[in-house]
Design a protein around this ligand. Structure first.
Ligand SMILES: Cc1cc2nc3c(=O)[nH]c(=O)nc-3n(C[C@H](O)[C@H](O)[C@H](O)COP(=O)(O)O)c2cc1C
Length: 667
């Protein structure tokens, strides 16, 4: 039986939702789910949640879904990848294929090994690799694969592909970019071999080309083979666009490949390129993909990289830039993206904000999750709406940041009569402030979606009111959700007099004040950093644009330690390029003289003083303390109240959305 998403109307986005039939490819539309590691695999075995994740993307309208990497060779033992090289998981593999294919969606298993690559701290003692050369990030030196081992891997990959086909998969995708093992074979930087798997281009490509040939030989004529190739890895002796063109030409020449796409970055200081954030232009890789398209012998090309908007995706196909469009993070955030777009309900899409929290989660071994989707992989994730209660209550939410808004719209959708008080005149809280800083623009779609839903479900907003106990009592609330956020803690070593003089601003006040300035101000900006998250460095960028010099002072040994590795790599690149100075292992010191424009700092180990002169502005970004005054007062007044988000314990955007969601469901 076909699902409701099987054929999507093509009137609004005629290019994106038109079928694609060419050779072995037969797709109901052009939307493809790009491979995402879900970390929902246990001990090399699928879980129901993992299958549900893929089923949801198929039910949401994608025409083809590429899985996360599988263990397709016996040498691979990663516990969080599904074992496909023997018959242990046959039943699971069949269920997986059935869950997706029954929705008229093609399922392709991904073939990949990270080789010497490692994101985590420390070295990987079990790494296998091309040559005994260190990984650019972890400096892991792999055990060099023997020729026999490589040929055995190729045979295993072919047998695994055949097994997947028997289980109902439509094909496989080779992940040959991202700095993984195929890429390590292909790049001179990592391949010193003198046997048939090294040397010239054909030799360095042999592991990939021989694997593709082996899969073709082992599987039926209709089995799909997709290819993700390096487009530009940004590393000396790596794969630059010229090399990428030659490689793409070689591998697509014989008609074995059904589609090809290109990615950027490697397992190196360019790791962050592979999941471009909002500091990149939209559809970030399209210039490169357009260029490389000329070298693939007419094989269908798949657009990829920071594509989040249906009109953008439709335009790419409409201009004949590619035949297919892959969405990675956009479909994590909303599996029903295709369904909603096709039906003209774009305002109901929860959009990816490219924050890369998802990547940070999986690298820490946590299940794939999303700042803007609290229901990843739940059975009713697609087009979910809360079920309505027979009788709603009067619910008051104090605070219109992300946690409060999420609680409010869900409570209202469940049938409660909800009033939201917000001290600010606009919704969005500190996330709105962040959205005005460099790289934060797309964050607005988190609270825009929540606000639209809240209005749709009849939430009353009292904006610009710093709610008192009397206000809350006057709302006759039967339940109160307190989401009043948190404030930055005054730095321990800063004298109180500075607070009274107003010479040291908290980062949020500084960001709000500086957004009014557009002309260079001269002098030095100082930012004391005990925060280590993205917003702080976005403020540093604003400071650098306005002042002659910007100095970050931090008590830790370096900055940006509380963000995912990909985010810290891109932060360091920008700070370095902007010539923003970092004073590590230091705290602000009382010896400062603000009137003379001098700030003193003290080394936390030696006590040695240092000075920054000609200071025009100084700010601090520190851990936050929950705003609990109203909480205590309401409890004293006997009002049933629960604190959520930062108002409970200051944390991340991910925690704010998921806790707001839970509160809205519980109330
Ligand atoms: C959390 C996360 C996990 C990913 N896992 C894989 C993977 O296992 N294999 C792969 O080839 N690419 C993986 N990628 C890269 C995506 O397939 C895609 O190339 C990248 O996210 C850019 O596309 P997007 O901007 O649409 O997200 C991952 C990306 C993210 C954010």
């Amino acid at each position: 039986m076909k699902s409701p998403a099987a054929t999507l109307p093509a009137a609004l986005y005629p290019n994106l939702f038109s079928p694609w039939r060419r050779g072995r490819l037969n797709l109901r539309n052009r939307v493809v789910h790009a491979a995402m590691t879900t970390r929902r695999v246990f001990d090399q075995t699928p879980t129901q949640q993992m299958i549900q994740y893929y089923e949801n993307r198929a039910a949401g309208g994608a025409a083809m879904v590429v899985t996360e990497p599988l263990n397709t060779a016996r040498i691979q033992t990663r516990g969080h990848y599904v074992r496909a090289w023997n018959d242990d998981n046959l039943d699971w593999l069949r269920r997986w294929a059935d869950a997706v294919e029954s929705k008229d969606c093609r399922l392709l298993g991904q073939i990949q090994d990270s080789g010497r690559g490692r994101h985590e701290r420390g070295r990987n003692p079990n790494a296998i690799g091309v040559s005994a050369l260190p990984d650019d990030l972890s400096w892991t030196v792999p055990r060099t694969l023997s020729r026999d081992e490589i040929w055995r891997m190729i045979d295993d990959i072919a047998q695994s592909a055949a097994r997947l086909e028997r289980c109902g998969f439509s094909g496989v995708e080779f992940s040959a970019g991202h700095g993984h093992l195929f890429h390590q074979f292909m790049a001179r930087r990592s391949n010193l071999r003198e046997d048939e798997f090294g040397g010239d281009l054909a030799g360095r490509m042999r592991f990939l080309t021989a694997s593709i040939a082996a899969v073709r030989a082992a599987c039926s004529g209709g089995f799909l083979i997709g290819l993700k190739m390096p487009g530009d890895d940004g590393m000396p002796d790596g794969v630059d666009p010229e090399q990428a063109a030659a490689m793409a030409s070689l591998v697509t020449a014989d008609g074995s490949i059904d589609y090809v796409t290109f990615c950027q970055g490697a397992h190196s200081r360019t790791l962050d390129w592979h999941i471009p954030d909002m500091h990149w232009p939209r559809a970030a890789w399209m210039p490169l993909i357009r260029q490389l398209r000329a070298h693939v012998h007419g094989v269908p090309v798949m657009a990829l990289g920071l594509i989040t908007d249906p009109a953008e995706a439709d335009g790419i196909i409409g201009r004949s830039e590619t035949e297919l469009v892959a969405l990675g993070r956009a479909l994590v955030t909303d599996p029903a993206w295709p369904l909603k777009a096709a039906h003209g309900r774009e305002s109901e899409i929860r959009y990816c904000v490219s924050c890369n929290t998802c990547w940070g989660q999986i690298v820490e071994g946590q299940p794939l999750s999303c700042d803007n989707n609290p229901r990843v992989a739940l059975p009713d994730e697609v087009e979910w709406q809360p079920s309505r209660l027979k009788r709603g209550r009067r619910v008051t939410v104090v605070g219109a940041g992300v946690a409060g808004l999420e609680a409010a719209w869900i409570a209202a959708a469940r049938g409660h009569r909800v009033t939201v008080f917000s001290a600010g005149a606009e919704v969005g809280g500190s996330t709105r402030l962040h959205s005005r800083l460099p790289g934060g623009e797309s964050l607005s779609s988190v609270y825009d979606f929540q606000y639209t839903q809240a209005r749709r479900h009849g939430v009353t907003f009292e904006l610009g009111i710093c709610a008192s106990v009397d206000d809350v009592l006057a709302s006759r609330a039967q339940r109160v959700i307190l989401a009043a956020g948190a404030t930055m803690i005054w730095p321990r070593t800063a004298p109180d007099a500075w607070r009274e003089d107003g010479v040291l601003l908290d980062a949020r006040s500084a960001a709000a004040a500086l957004s009014e300035f557009h002309e260079p101000q001269g002098g030095t900006a100082v930012l004391f950093d005990m925060d280590h998250t993205e917003g702080t460095y976005a403020l540093a960028e604003i400071m650098r644009r306005l002042f002659d010099r910007t100095v970050i002072v931090t008590p830790r040994e370096r900055v940006a330690m509380d963000v995912p590795l990909v985010t810290s790599l891109s932060i360091y690149r920008r700070l370095t390029r902007l010539d923003i100075e970092i004073v590590a292992l230091s705290e602000l010191a009382a010896e400062s003289d603000f009137e003379a424009g001098r700030i003193a700092y003290r080394n936390v180990h030696t006590g040695t003083l240092g000075f920054i002169d000609e200071v025009a502005i100084a700010a601090y970004a520190t851990p936050r303390a929950p705003r609990t005054t109203l909480l205590d007062a309401l409890r004293d007044a006997g009002v049933p109240v629960q604190a959520i988000g930062d108002c409970k314990t200051p944390r991340s955007l991910l925690a704010a959305t998921s806790e707001g969601y839970a509160a809205g469901m519980r109330v």
